[in-house]
Design a protein around this ligand. Structure first.
Ligand code: ADP
Ligand code: MG
Length: 393
């Protein structure tokens, strides 16, 4: 168990909280404030305990001078102030006398947001490269460090790992919840444990497959990645998406773990994503120009047959091109079956999370993991550097 914000006496302390305010921004206007809302629990807790709160976050990527203004965090400080119903101070610079003065005049319960940490990337990638001097400087501004930015935990940056190494530390409520849910579902010894994988490419998920196949009882493969497995099994997959570089990998996995793997038997095909026409076709009848864009009804039944007995499920990757409503039925049918039957399911992956929001009710799942890349690396069995740096209880 990692230390958390609850393990520290915060009153009168300068508490640095690394949050994830990487919100979609257009012309200085926040397009979706979900991430700001998600950070409130930890920030409000720190305020209530009398901390002097110093917030750090990145926003977008900063590679050249022209990236600075569009990734200015100022609008976030305004929105955060509205949500907290109190004024939030903002330092337009990531270092310097002005920032230091603001920090030293903070009173108990005050909140200061520091400019986008990636402004330091213009200066020789100091943030992303975890520059020691920068981390020392930032750490000198605080007394306790709390990491609540789950989405960047798979990166070793100055504002998470760098500061974390130098101060007494813990995780915030968001990271605590993510870790708790992921650890529980991976480690509990209940079976059958079913993994459902989909999405576009096998190549993005090789390590996830390698890790989860060892632990699960069944691996159901849908989405675009199924076609590389089907091709490796000898099927003509027509013009469907395929990772030819991964054919050997798929063949090996099928040879070793074939009895655990369930592949689609039918699918929804069209000649292109844009075409009006589409039809259900058995996999064995595919040929060009058929392009498989969703799993078919027989595959849905086959997958549900396996899910019916599952004690826990991890799902990563949609079953079809759900962004187009014509190819969303397979993914929706799987979600409906899971929620109707109250099957304990964790959903991981950025597109998977948005597909749940679009096609189902996120509250009906055991957990929807918010960090795309971080969750995938966790499912690969890797240690996340932003977590490793945090003290054990
Ligand atoms: P996640 O972000 O949840 O890890 P991925 O990024 O791996 O998921 O995959 C999501 C993408 O996979 C979606 O944009 C979806 O359109 C695409 N996809 C799903 N099925 C297919 C398919 N049959 N052919 C092509 N693309 C697909
Ligand atoms: Mg994705």
């Amino acid at each position: 168990m990692k230390k958390t914000i609850r393990d520290y006496e915060l009153e009168g302390k300068r508490v640095i909280i690394r949050v994830d305010f990487n919100v979609p921004m257009k012309d200085g206007i926040i397009q979706d404030d979900t991430r700001i809302l998600a950070s409130l629990e930890t920030i409000k807790y720190a305020i209530k305990k009398g901390a002097r709160v110093i917030l750090f976050s990145h926003l977008g990527k900063v590679k050249e001078v022209s990236d600075l203004e569009k990734n200015n965090l100022y609008p976030v400080s305004v929105r955060l102030g509205e949500l907290l119903e109190k004024s939030v101070l903002f330092s337009s610079k990531t270092r310097g006398v002005e920032l230091e003065k603001m920090v030293s005049s903070l009173q108990d319960g005050d909140v200061l947001l520091v400019q986008n940490t990636r402004y330091e990337d213009l200066n020789g990638k100091k943030e992303s490269g975890c520059d020691e001097k920068l981390a020392e400087y930032w750490a000198s501004l605080g007394e306790v460090f709390i990491n609540d930015a789950y989405g960047t935990c798979h990166r070793a940056h100055a504002s998470n790992v760098g500061i974390g190494k130098l101060l007494p530390n813990g995780v915030g409520f968001l990271v605590e919840k993510e870790l708790c849910k992921l650890e529980k579902i991976m480690q509990e010894n209940t079976h059958p444990f079913v993994v459902v994988m989909g999405g576009a490419k096998v190549s993005d998920k090789i390590k996830v497959i390698e890790n989860l196949i060892l632990k699960c009882d069944k691996l159901l493969i849908g989405g675009g990645m199924a076609y590389t497995f089907l091709k490796a099994s000898g099927y003509d997959i027509g013009c469907s998406i395929v990772d030819d570089d991964c054919l050997d990998f798929c063949q090996n996995i099928l040879n070793q773990y074939g009895d655990k793997i369930v592949l689609p038997v039918d699918n929804i095909v069209s000649c292109s994503l844009e075409s009006e026409q589409c039809e259900v076709k058995m996999i064995k009848d595919m040929n060009c120009p058929d392009m498989g864009l969703d799993i078919g009804p027989k595959t849905v039944s086959l997958f549900c047959q396996e899910l019916k007995y599952a004690k826990r499920v991890i799902m990563n990757g949609p079953m079809g091109c759900f962004e187009n409503f014509k190819y969303a039925d397979g993914t929706k049918a799987i979600y409906d079956f899971i929620t109707l039957n109250h099957i304990k399911t964790l959903i991981g992956g950025g597109d998977s999370a948005s597909s749940v929001n679009k096609l189902s009710d996120p509250d009906k799942f055991y957990h929807i993991s918010t960090g795309g890349g971080a969750t995938l690396e966790y499912l690969e069995g890797k240690e996340l550097p932003g977590i490793s740096v945090i003290y054990e209880k």
